[in-house]
Unconditional design. Structure first.
Length: 178
């Protein structure tokens, strides 16, 4: 999943839509074998930030460290942490919480204006991150023997549409699909 947001106004409340989507995905299915990857694109980043902050690793660590305590400070984020704590899972930081919903979390910064080479580099980095996470998801699904051929994919898609068009309040069971 790719989430685009404005770096100028990003705050812990911006994590709530990520958690809402992930929670509805978890609640909307049972026996889901693989978690999605999350790429957060911070658009309109000040182009004058430290050069190290443009790397995916540094941007990810920086943002997750900046909002590490959102699981204690932000009421909405705290409620998602409580869900896992009630299931005896340790939540010490926001990163811990996100990793219960997503296989990985990556941050890519896109500069605000000017510095066209930097914009191009960051767009290239975003593309590389998407490709990398797609490869990892495919390898994980292959390892779990969840790769569909064309017939199986059509059947799975059809079952999913049938299920959710008739029963929005019941989770989709992946074991039933298999």
């Amino acid at each position: 999943m790719v989430f685009l947001t404005d770096d100028r106004t990003f705050e812990s409340a911006a994590l709530v839509p990520l958690l809402q989507w992930a929670a509805s995905s978890v609640e909307g299915s049972v026996n889901q074998a693989a978690l999605p990857h999350e790429i957060i694109v911070l658009n309109f980043t000040d182009p004058n930030i430290d050069l190290n902050e443009w790397t995916v690793e540094s941007a990810t660590n920086s943002l997750l460290n900046a909002f590490a305590n959102a699981v204690f400070d932000n009421g909405d984020v705290k409620s998602y942490a409580r869900y896992w704590q009630e299931r005896h899972r340790h939540i010490g930081t926001t990163k811990d919480l996100l990793l219960y919903y997503y296989f990985s979390v990556s941050i890519v910064r896109i500069p605000q204006k000017g510095r066209f080479r930097l914009v191009d580099n960051q767009i290239t980095e975003l593309s590389l991150q998407i490709q990398k996470r797609c490869r990892e998801a495919r390898q994980n699904r292959k390892h779990l023997r969840l790769i569909f051929n064309a017939e199986e994919f059509q059947a799975a898609l059809s079952m999913g549409f049938d299920h959710f068009s008739n029963r929005l309040d019941e989770p989709f069971d992946f074991v039933e699909l298999s």
